[in-house]
Ligand binder design. Structure first.
Ligand code: PMP
Length: 341
C-alpha cells in the first residue's frame, strides 16, 4: 500500500518510538506513542480528537471490503511559510470515481471536502511535509460483502508528517514479480480500493524477501502494468514510454503531472503503449512515480543494470522540476497547488 514506504510509526518528541523505549520498563507494546499522533481527524463533517475517533471492533475488516481512499501530499515551503496541497482537486475527483465504482455516494461536495482538508491541516498545525489520507467506507456494521446501493459512505480524513524524498537522489532496485496485476473485471485497479492492496502486498513481500526495493507487476497479458504502488516510465532513445490506462494501472495523478512536464518543459515525447518486460532491461532510464514514492530512479530490474545504474539525466531534471512545483517555488503551474495558510 502507498503508505508502506512512509514513516508509519510516529516519533515522539524525544524522537523515540514505543518499540525503542518503554517508559514503564515493561516490555514494549510496539504501538506508536500517543504524542506522535495529530490532535484531530475529520470524520463525516466533524473534527474529532484523535483518541476519541473509535469504531466498534465488530466493524474491523468488514468495513474495509468496500473502502476506498486517497493518498495526498502537502509540501511545506519554508521561505514563504506556506503549505501546498498537491493536486487536491484531482485526488478528490479520483476519490469520487472510486466511490462511484463502489456504488457509494458522498454527503459532502468536493468543495466541502476541500474545506475539510484545510480545516484539518490548520487544526493540526501542520507546518512541514504532510501526508493526508481520506478514506470512505460503509459504516453502520453492514458486512462489506452485502449489496449496498447508492448509500452515503462515512468519510474520514487523517494527517501525518511525511518528509519528501525529493531532495536526495535515490536509486531503487526492482524485480519483476511472479504475481500478476488484478484486472478490471476482477478487482478494478482504477478504483483506489483498500482491498486492491492485497495484490500490492503480495508483490512487495516477494520483493522484500528477495532483497529488492520494489516489485514491478505484469498484467495477465504479460505486459508491464505498474510497480506495487507506483506507476512506471522508461526512457528509450530519447522517448518516454509508460503503460496505458488499460494496462491495469491506477489512474495516477503523479503520472499525469510528469507526462505534462516531460512534454512541455523537457520537450520529450511521451508515448502510452504496452511495454514488454525486456524493454525494462534495455531502457536508458526507468523511474517510478506516485504520491508516496514521488519520483524515484530505478537502478536495476531483475539485476539487469538500467543505464549506468545511477540516476539518469532525464529523471534528475524531472525531479528538480517536480520538486520546485510541489513546494510552490515555481509558480508556473500554481493551479496544481492549494495553499493552506
Ligand atoms: N498505483 C498504485 C497501486 C498506487 O497505490 C499509487 C499511489 N497512489 C499509484 C499507482 C500512483 O498514483 P498517484 O500518482 O496518484 O499517487
Amino acid at each position: 500500500m502507498t503508505e508502506q514506504k512512509l514513516d508509519r510509526q510516529p516519533k515522539s518528541t524525544t524522537g523515540k518510538t514505543d518499540t525503542e523505549k518503554s517508559a514503564t520498563g515493561k516490555p514494549s507494546t510496539g504501538k506508536p506513542r500517543p504524542e506522535g499522533n495529530p490532535n484531530f481527524l475529520w470524520r463525516s463533517g466533524e473534527m474529532v480528537e484523535w483518541d476519541k475517533a473509535t469504531v466498534h471492533l465488530s466493524d474491523l475488516a468488514w468495513s474495509a471490503i468496500s473502502a476506498v481512499f486517497e493518498g495526498v501530499r502537502a509540501y511545506w515551503n519554508p521561505e514563504s511559510e506556506q503549505l501546498y496541497i498537491f493536486h487536491l482537486e484531482a485526488h478528490l475527483k479520483r476519490l469520487f470515481q472510486s466511490m462511484k465504482i463502489m456504488r457509494m455516494t458522498s454527503s459532502f461536495s468536493k468543495d466541502e471536502l476541500t474545506a475539510a482538508f484545510l480545516q484539518l491541516l490548520k487544526a493540526n498545525e501542520c507546518k512541514g511535509d504532510t501526508y493526508l489520507q481520506p478514506l470512505a467506507y460503509f459504516g453502520g456494521g453492514v458486512p462489506g460483502y452485502m449489496a449496498i446501493l447508492e448509500q452515503p459512505g462515512e468519510i474520514v480524513i487523517t494527517t501525518r508528517a511525511a518528509a519528501s524524498g525529493l531532495d536526495e537522489a535515490k536509486v531503487v532496485h526492482c524485480n519483476v514479480s511472479s504475481w500478476s496485476r488484478i484486472t478490471d473485471n476482477v478487482m478494478p485497479p482504477r478504483a483506489k480500493a483498500i482491498t486492491n492492496y492485497q495484490n500490492s502486498r503480495y508483490v512487495s513481500t516477494e520483493s522484500f524477501i528477495n532483497g529488492y526495493d520494489f516489485g514491478i507487476i505484469l498484467n495477465p497479458n504479460g505486459k508491464v502494468s505498474e510497480a506495487a504502488y507506483a506507476c512506471i516510465f522508461l526512457i528509450r532513445d530519447g522517448v518516454a514510454i509508460t503503460p496505458p490506462l488499460n494496462a491495469g494501472i491506477l489512474e495516477s495523478i503523479t503520472r499525469e503531472a510528469l507526462k505534462d512536464l516531460l512534454a512541455k518543459e523537457m520537450d520529450i515525447q511521451v508515448i502510452e503503449r504496452d511495454v514488454d518486460r525486456t524493454e525494462l532491461y534495455l531502457a536508458d532510464e526507468v523511474f517510478i512515480c506516485g504520491t508516496a514514492v514521488e519520483v524515484q530512479s530505478v537502478g536495476s530490474v531483475d539485476r539487469y543494470k538500467v543505464g549506468d545504474g545511477e540516476q539518469g539525466p532525464v529523471v534528475s531534471c524531472l525531479r528538480k522540476l517536480f520538486r520546485d512545483l510541489v513546494r510552490g517555488k515555481d509558480l508556473t503551474r500554481a493551479g496544481w497547488c492549494t495553499p493552506v495558510y
